[in-house]
Design a protein around this ligand. Structure first.
Ligand SMILES: *[C@@H]1O[C@H](CO)[C@@H](O)[C@H](O)[C@H]1NC(C)=O
Ligand SMILES: *[C@@H]1O[C@H](CO)[C@@H](O)[C@H](O)[C@H]1NC(C)=O
Ligand SMILES: *[C@@H]1O[C@H](CO)[C@@H](O)[C@H](O)[C@H]1NC(C)=O
Ligand SMILES: *[C@@H]1O[C@H](CO)[C@@H](O)[C@H](O)[C@H]1NC(C)=O
Ligand SMILES: *[C@@H]1O[C@H](CO)[C@@H](O)[C@H](O)[C@H]1NC(C)=O
Ligand SMILES: *[C@@H]1O[C@H](CO)[C@@H](O)[C@H](O)[C@H]1NC(C)=O
Ligand SMILES: *[C@@H]1O[C@H](CO)[C@@H](O)[C@H](O)[C@H]1NC(C)=O
Ligand SMILES: *[C@@H]1O[C@H](CO)[C@@H](O)[C@H](O)[C@H]1NC(C)=O
Length: 656
């Protein structure tokens, strides 16, 4: 069933159509007319806009990508469409996922459903610095699912210790019942009490197969620097502690699965990965290691965010360093031997926590279209380099780099979510890799290696199926748009011509790498600040490009800036577009008055397409009934209960 019909169904079923007042809802966006320098609001909505890097000169705007069926050397290991997932800082779980197990954030479900539709599943790590001292308790002092214990601040990064209840795990389980999210958790490594295994035990009991890994230690190479361990703390000390953990899990009947651990999770700050591999860690604990993982950010904004006294990086100065093909390559250069090592040992290496810059990212860099292109190139570069996945970090209102941000709690009745550039990266990477689990990625070293115009080919069973091309340049004149001739087979390489009659192309577009919000992927967008309920809006626009089969080329235009995903066959397109998404057409809100937020076209036409304009409905106390929805693409029946309080609650689920 179409999402818009589902939305209508809600109104009909709850029988409140006549009581619903609909009005054009203008989001209260922080003013961008005020000088960005004077902005004092939350980082997530910072209006800073930077100047795009200059147009490179000379620039070759026409080049050929010669591909062949079979026999292409240098392809990556097989990759999964869920390659790019998220790492959610544990302390913001109650904002991002939902207040508790019966109050799930519907926009979050929609955002994940979009990815599931393309990749089959979504990988999410619930953790970060805050996992390290988090204590699982039966009840928190205030009765909430998750609380910060600000009386116990123990480290210089101002990370509050957390207390949380099993309800957080039930919340995660309930989410996985609706969308196929697979979870990573972390065992608190800075606590040295038996209770630190509670999350492993309860996590396994509650999440079952949806729990796919337990991180043992988060950035242990920084423990000494942050005063959590002696200054002499070394890789072999970490490996020793890992061994102690394995032993204590062995002695704990309820921590049944001891093969879910993930290490060494170093930040590559004070140790190299090689130093850890040299300890024999992987051979010693091979049976316990579900994955190997590292964490890395290309830069940091700690000096500004936390007044650390470290180097201040000016956003305008660092902006260009994100906008070419050396950016992603540079981050993972130091892990080249590690991906080889992992492959040899039969292990998968994950980039467990990453984003544009640690300590929240940079204004005007992390929250603009350029970051979406950066995220795509970086992810495809990791896939090509034999990483097996990467998780983009999600923080609270005080960071710039969020893939998605719920509105501040006291604004959730009149604001929706803000979808950032990195979410578009995840959507586009999911679609580029597809759901087959068997795609292999090749960096084509396009345009004689011009760093502004990289391209990748995606292979299935040895044959190219999709081509992704990035144009990092901003040039509204059109003079820096590139024309890429794709040739498959041909006499030049001693193969029969295999160029199809036509190809389909989807574009990720914005006017500039500096643009904030309103990017379009195949014509659809999640809007600007406070604009999204997690469903793409606008109609899908897929461009058909006729090829010249006599000349054996398809010429693809790639505007400056943009990403173009070329589907070399219709199967390559349908594989990644999948079934219609299961969407959840309501908005969870925590205020007591305003209630349903629905698409206006639903009311206007009953079954019209999505419209960019947002309307809200506010009839206090008028919505109070339950109904059943049966999304066509799954056999799940969801019962949605709209409470008088305006909280949409996913109340019951029936499992086939
Ligand atoms: C979840 O939160 C809602 C809204 O605050 C509350 O009504 C409900 O009782 C809570 N449920 C649980 C299981 O704590
Ligand atoms: C908060 O931290 C303090 C100091 O570490 C500790 O004494 C207290 O028990 C903690 N509170 C909870 C609810 O865990
Ligand atoms: C990735 O692994 C494959 C298979 O082992 C190998 O052929 C390829 O060279 C590796 N790629 C890189 C960039 O190391
Ligand atoms: C929301 O809370 C913040 C912090 O307490 C406050 O500054 C802001 O004015 C509040 N906004 C609204 C709309 O109530
Ligand atoms: C891909 O792999 C996942 C996890 O291993 C599995 O659940 C899924 O069914 C696989 N998909 C396909 C199309 O084989
Ligand atoms: C996004 O588009 C909407 C609707 O066209 C517009 O009102 C808003 O100003 C745009 N936001 C940005 C940041 O460009
Ligand atoms: C669809 O996308 C193409 C390529 O960007 C553009 O030229 C065309 O105008 C778009 N069509 C619509 C209806 O938006
Ligand atoms: C979520 O989890 C709670 C606790 O197990 C359970 O009672 C509730 O029925 C679940 N809600 C949904 C929508 O599955």
């Amino acid at each position: 069933m179409r999402a818009d019909l589902l939305a209508l169904g809600i109104l009909q079923a709850v029988g409140v159509a006549e009581a619903v007042t609909v009005y054009g809802q203008k989001p209260l966006v922080p003013t961008t007319t005020a000088a960005a320098a004077d902005y004092t609001g939350a980082a997530a909505y910072n209006p800073t806009t930077l100047i795009p890097p200059p147009i490179p000169s000379p620039l070759n705007t026409q080049f050929t990508l010669q591909l062949q069926n079979g026999g292409t050397p240098g392809l990556s290991i097989p990759q999964e469409g869920s390659f790019l997932g998220f790492s959610i800082e544990m302390s913001v779980a109650n904002q991002v996922l939902g207040k508790n197990s019966s109050h799930i954030q519907v926009p979050f479900l929609n955002l994940m459903a979009n990815l599931q539709q393309r990749a089959g599943r979504v990988f999410i790590r619930m953790g970060g610095n805050t996992q390290e001292t988090a204590v699982l308790v039966d009840r928190t002092p205030n009765g909430r699912m998750l609380e910060k214990n600000n009386t116990g601040l123990i480290n210089p990064t101002q990370t509050p210790p957390l207390v949380f209840t099993p309800d957080l795990l039930y919340l995660m389980r309930n989410i996985s019942s609706l969308v196929n999210v697979r979870w990573f958790l972390g065992i608190p490594f800075l606590l040295n009490t038996p209770s630190r295994l509670d999350i492993a035990e309860q996590g396994q009991a509650i999440l079952g197969d949806y729990l796919i890994g337990l991180q043992a230690g988060n950035e242990p190479d920084l423990y000494a620097r942050h005063g959590h361990r002696d200054p002499s703390y070394s890789p072999s000390d970490y490996v020793g502690e890992f061994g102690d953990l394995v032993i204590s899990m062995s002695n704990e009947a309820n921590a049944k699965n001891r093969n879910l651990l993930i290490g060494p999770n170093i930040a590559f700050a004070d140790w190299t990965a090689q130093q850890v591999w040299d300890t024999g860690f992987v051979d010693q604990f091979s049976a316990n290691l579900a994955y190997l993982a590292v964490e890395n950010y290309p830069s940091d904004n700690c000096a500004v965010q936390f007044n650390t006294g470290g180097t201040v990086h000016q956003p305008q100065d660092v902006f260009p360093s994100y906008l070419d093909h050396t950016a992603g390559k540079g981050i993972i250069e130091k892990f080249k031997t590690s991906t080889e090592f992992a492959t040899q040992k039969g292990k998968k290496l994950l980039m467990f926590e990453t984003n544009t810059a640690s300590c929240g990212g940079f204004p005007g860099v992390s929250d603009v279209f350029g970051a979406a292109l950066w995220g795509i190139d970086y992810s495809l570069q990791m896939a090509y380099s034999n990483f097996s996945g990467a998780l983009m970090h999600v923080g609270g209102q005080n960071v710039f780099y969020n893939p998605f941000t719920p509105p501040p709690t006291n604004q959730s009745s009149f604001h929706q979510w803000t979808v950032g550039p990195i979410y578009y990266s995840a959507l586009v990477v999911a679609e580029t890799l597809g759901a087959s689990n068997g795609t292999q990625v090749l960096d084509l070293n396009a345009n004689n290696g011009d760093i502004h115009t990289p391209a990748y080919a995606i292979y299935e069973n040895g044959d190219p199926v999709r081509v992704g091309i990035i144009n990092f340049i901003t040039d509204p004149s059109g003079a820096s748009d590139i024309s890429v001739s794709i040739a498959i087979g041909g006499s030049g390489i001693g193969q029969p011509n295999a160029t199809p009659a036509q190809v389909k192309v989807k574009y990720l577009l914005a006017s500039s790498v500096s643009q904030k919000g309103n990017y379009t992927w195949a014509g659809q967008t999640f809007g600007g600040i406070f604009d999204s309920d997690g469903r793409p809006i606008g109609s899908e626009n897929i461009t058909t490009v006729p090829c010249d089969q006599a000349l054996n080329i398809c010429v693809i235009k790639v505007p400056a800036p943009s990403y173009a995903l070329v589907f070399l066959s219709d199967e390559a397109l349908t594989e990644t577009s999948g079934a219609a998404p299961t969407t959840f057409p309501t908005t969870a809100q925590t205020k007591t008055r305003n209630t349903v937020t629905i698409d206006p076209s639903v009311l206007a036409t009953s079954n019209g397409g999505f419209d960019k304009k947002r309307l809200g409905s506010t009839s206090p106390g008028s919505v109070n009934a339950a109904l059943s929805l049966t999304p066509a693409s799954t056999s799940i029946t969801v019962s949605v209960l709209a409470l008088v309080s305006g909280i949409f609650t996913v109340r019951r689920m029936f499992w086939p």
